[in-house]
Every structure is written in C-alpha cells, then in structure tokens.
Write a protein that binds this ligand. Structure first.
Ligand SMILES: Nc1ncnc2c1ncn2[C@@H]1O[C@H](COP(=O)(O)OP(=O)(O)O)[C@@H](O)[C@H]1O
Ligand SMILES: [Mg+2]
Length: 157
C-alpha cells in the first residue's frame, strides 16, 4: 500500500495546469496537497490549475512573501508557500487542514510532514526533466488519498 504512486508526464505549463485542474475538480473539501519541487519546477503553475478546477476565477500569484492566500470558489483554496518559512508556529495551518470547506495546497509542503507529524496527505513531487518537461508524481499517504487518486478517470493528458 505504501508504494502506490502515479507518474504523470507534462510537456508544457498548460499540461501541468490541466493536471492541477483535474485535482481541483475531484476535490470534495478537506484535502491537503503537499507540493515538492525545486524553484521553477511548476508548483505555482499546478496551483493555478487547482484553482481553476475549484471554480476560482482570479489570478493566482506566488504567495512567497506573505506565506498564505485564500481564494473563494466552489471550495475555499488555501494557498501556502513555505519557501522562506522555518517555523510554522502561529500560522494556524492545522486549522486550515481540518476545515472541510477548503482545500489546502502547500508549496514546499514536504516541510510540514515532520513538523506536524502528518499521516494523511497527497504528496505531489514535480521534477524538472527538460526545459518544458516535468515528471509529476502523486504519492498518496493514507486510504483517503489512495481513493482520491482513483477518482480521476485518467491522469495522463
Ligand atoms: N511542463 C511545465 N510545467 C510547469 N511549468 C513549466 C513547464 N515547462 C516550463 N515551465 C515553466 O516553469 C516555470 C514554473 O514556475 P512556477 O510554477 O512559479 O515554479 P515554482 O512555483 O515551482 O517555483 C514557469 O516559468 C513555467 O512557464
Ligand atoms: Mg511557487
């Protein structure tokens, strides 16, 4: 069970956005997505797609300097960026994660796993394989996210 994962190949920012859109569309509320990948991997591009899939119609910008932004669509999108964050004390991230009316997406989200001792989440790793090519790996932790990735009929664009 622990080794279940899906690898999706993206050849353009638009394809990555589409993958995000699927993630947004099949979200039901209360999901936690942890995005892992180097600077410029495409984490924010993926979040743009997730927002679209949640029916959010505004420009998504990287919240690097403000840590968190909330957007309102079919569900609330909590977009968090932990790039420059060393301590999450006082950010109230736990409360966002527990909220079933929102979806929480965390850039550099792997930092949270040990900080909060998280048991359930979807880890989304983005690896740069070429200028415009990305390898996107969905790694579900917990039964809930195994079911989640099965909800999409097809992942590969
Ligand atoms: N297949 C791809 N998927 C996502 N982004 C891509 C892809 N190919 C090229 N890019 C470019 O990579 C950059 C990703 O930027 P961004 O999403 O801000 O990265 P991050 O948030 O991971 O630092 C953008 O300039 C985007 O146009
Ligand atoms: Mg970013």
């Amino acid at each position: 069970m622990e080794n279940i994962h899906i690898i999706i190949y993206s050849q353009s920012p638009l394809e990555t956005e589409k993958i995000g859109e699927t993630i947004g569309k099949i979200s039901k509320g209360g999901e936690l997505f942890l995005l892992q990948g180097n600077l410029g991997a495409g984490k924010t591009v993926l979040v743009k797609g997730i927002a679209k899939g949640l029916g959010i119609d505004v420009q998504i910008v990287s919240p690097s300097f403000i840590i968190m932004k909330n957007y309102y669509g079919r569900l609330i999108l909590n977009h968090i960026d932990l790039y420059r964050v060393n301590s999450i004390e006082g950010l109230g991230i736990e409360e966002y994660i527990d909220d079933n009316s929102s979806v929480t997406v965390v850039e550099w989200g792997e930092k949270l796993i040990s900080l909060l001792d998280l048991k359930e989440y979807l880890l989304i790793k983005i690896d740069i394989t070429d200028n415009n090519s990305r390898e996107i790996t969905l790694i579900p932790k917990g039964e809930r996210y195994i079911k989640f990735i099965e909800r999409a009929k097809e992942w590969q664009i």
